[in-house]
Design a protein around this ligand. Sequence first.
Ligand code: XMP
Length: 332
Amino acid sequence: MDFTSNHRPDDMARINTPELAQAFIDEAVAYTREQVGDGKVLLALSGGVDSSVVAALLIKALGKQLVCVHVNHGLMRKGESEQVIDVFRNQLGAELIYVDATDRFLDLLAGVADPEAKRHIIGEEFIKVFDEEAAKLEGIGFLGQGTIYPDILESEAGVKAHHNVGGLPAELNWELVEPVKLLFKDEVRVVGKQLGLPDSMVYRQPFPGPGLGVRCTGAITRDRLEALREADAIVREEIDAASAAGTLERPWQYFCVVPDYRATGVRDGKRAFEWPCIIRCINTVDVMTAEVPELDWALLKKMTKRILDEVPGICRVAYELSPKPIATVEWE
Ligand code: XMP
């Protein structure tokens, strides 16, 4: 395989078996060792499939010559940052810098209700935090990236800019290390599995960069964000369990939204004025259109009961029926 090329040869075999994944890993490790020599690589590790697989691959190739930075913006799902630390630092022995920037992000977002303004703040601040960490390090010559082949194709077609960490000072002039840039998503998962990453990471559903920030609509408050995080964990747990038991075909994406208004309820005989929680599930092929799966009534009732019983501040649960279009997948 030509790791210097941005073009996937037409006759390249699809990596869909452990043997093919291992052959790819061996080649990628050898190439990366040659490319980096005794240099050092920095990688922004979000916990998403692509950056996680690149991290595991680079740890195998480079050991402590790789430095990972995980920025927790306070908008991660329940247990996600903890899993990144456990898998990469504790199990794989990575050099991992963990930055808990929760207060920075939530303070900046306080009172900001406009969805685009929220997205902008989160994106800008993320780059700032990463740059600050990068500036503290010495001897870095390379930047690792979880670029995959659809990113290159979309970038060439002008659909979206080639995703990268962005705001790193240009004078750093770091060389890119992008070992999975010719692979499709399904192949990245097969490689991740072969590298021993847990299924919950390899088959992680897509999660937007602004995280729970676009699902805690309007101006984010810490208590509502916490309610959303707990409700989301219940929905993921129940849908994952039903999928594992074979009673449900795992939807493409499934999560909760907690809007910034309250509704009346009765709790312990007293009036309660609490938030509603909307469960959103979609199936899609290309994310341009999406359909809502018909979830089993018993599963919906079980999730509803658990959310109402276990999540303080939520007094109603609704299941969203809107397809895309007109509705987008995310509420903001
Ligand atoms: P929409 O809401 O546009 O979402 O229908 C389509 C898919 O994209 C995900 N999404 C994002 N992913 N950064 C990302 O990496 C983002 O800012 C972002 N916004 C939406 C969304 O979860 C869905 O899978």
